[in-house]
Design a protein around this ligand. Structure first.
Ligand SMILES: Cc1cc2nc3c(=O)[nH]c(=O)nc-3n(C[C@H](O)[C@H](O)[C@H](O)COP(=O)(O)OP(=O)(O)OC[C@H]3O[C@@H](n4cnc5c(N)ncnc54)[C@H](O)[C@@H]3O)c2cc1C
Length: 365
């Protein structure tokens, strides 16, 4: 039986950020993950976009932690030689009827404290991106892309340099509250007794919460898995900005967008559909949906699109639900002191990772 002060469950970008930040102030920080290495789930299956914070309701965690986290992440990348590109993005209106929504989006961004938002006309849009069809666009200068693998590698290294331990192939199977601590039992028979537990288990974070006795139904914390696939184009080149349509009005996704990676390769996605199984298999069932969505803003043919990758969003917002924020909370009011849950950390979780970690540090004080 191991005694641990701060136990973090999950070595995705959130658990690693928490480990980095907590290990700067606490001596005994341990991260466990069921996989053989860090970031094998959502953190390596996303668009790698550093979001500005424009989309989310004012004062929500998503808005505040995204705006704050974006600056923290650019600084962290700069100081640690992590590859990134502050390329900016264009959110495009492809028909006159979409313009009022574009203006609303700008106003929402201003309220959230997003700097340097600019509405541009068709001509200027053509100048910036000759291949893109738009009648107007919102230029978001602060948006960028980052190498998430390098980011996670660096977070792990920093945490280890500060004295934290990361232990892989350790699956949490049950958690029992014992006096003033938590007994955490692993699939391999190991047992840790932790003073503080921080649940950063991504797609399984609701299950970890239920293992400690939290009712997912009563607290409305059941996660809904929402899959998204990506297609690559091997023809389109010379795109310099990320290109986004207006977001899906249901709030489920930001719409099938065009991203470039750090090698300037073009990718489209993700689409969004709810699933019951954690399965990263893909087929071309949704190709037509992709073609219709993409052809609104750039010409593509079916034979130039190739399935690339997919990810699964851990969403608190189920089908037909309204907006749900990140759930980041210390659970003393449920008689679980020093148990912190981070649940529903979907997009913009990557962008917000360091700000989420700071928030979790504050919850411990
Ligand atoms: C398709 C898609 C696109 C996205 N695009 C963007 C984007 O462009 N920009 C952005 O900011 N965000 C984006 N996101 C969101 C972002 O990827 C996530 O918010 C972030 O990666 C979540 O990180 P995490 O550490 O919480 O989860 P994960 O990376 O899933 O890590 C959780 C870890 O917990 C471990 N774990 C689970 N259960 C247990 C257990 N019982 N015992 C031990 N370990 C366990 C898992 O093995 C895993 O390693 C996107 C997400 C998706 C799905």
């Amino acid at each position: 039986m191991e005694k641990v002060d701060k136990l973090i469950i999950g070595a995705g970008v959130i658990g690693l950020s928490v480990a980095k930040v907590l290990s700067e102030v606490y001596d005994d920080v341990v991260v466990v993950d069921k996989e053989r290495s860090f970031g094998l789930h959502t953190s390596s299956r996303n668009s790698e976009v550093l979001h500005s914070g424009i989309y989310y309701p004012q004062n929500s965690y998503k808005a505040k932690l995204c705006v704050k986290g974006l600056n923290m992440l650019y600084n962290f990348a700069r100081n640690n030689n992590i590859q990134y590109n502050n390329c900016g993005k264009l959110i495009v209106a492809t028909q006159e009827e979409e313009i009022p929504e574009l203006i609303k989006l700008k106003e929402n961004g201003v309220k959230n404290g997003v700097q340097d938002l600019e509405l541009i006309e068709e001509d200027e849009c053509k100048n910036l991106e000759p291949q893109i069809k738009a009648v107007k666009a919102l230029k978001v200068k602060s948006t960028g892309i980052i190498d998430t693998h390098e980011l996670m590698q660096k977070l792990e290294k920093k945490a280890e340099e500060n004295g934290a331990f990361l232990v892989y192939k350790m699956e949490v199977v049950s958690i029992n509250r014992r006096n003033d601590s938590y007994q955490v039992n692993f699939g391999n028979g190991d047992i840790f007794v932790a003073q503080t537990v921080i649940n950063c288990a991504g797609l399984h974070s609701d299950r970890i919460a239920s293992k400690v006795g939290i009712s997912l139904k009563r607290e409305k914390l059941k996660l809904h898995w929402c899959k998204g696939e990506y297609y690559k184009s091997n023809r389109i080149q010379n795109i310099e900005h990320l290109i986004y349509p207006l977001p899906d009005p249901t709030g489920v996704s930001l719409g099938i967008h065009l991203t470039i990676n750090l090698n300037s390769e073009v990718r489209f996605g993700p689409n969004a559909y709810y699933v019951n199984e954690l399965d990263y298999k893909m087929d071309e069932k949704y190709k037509q949906e992709f073609l219709s969505a993409i052809n609104r803003y750039i010409e593509v043919e079916a034979d130039e699109l190739h399935l690339d990758d997919c990810g699964i969003r851990p969403k608190l917002q189920g089908p037909n639900d309204d907006f749900r924020d990140f759930y980041i909370k210390e659970e003393s009011d449920k008689n679980l002191p020093n148990f912190i849950n981070a649940i529903g950390i979907e997009s913009p979780g990557l962008t917000s990772c360091l700000a989420i970690a700071e928030r979790i540090k504050d919850l411990l004080n």
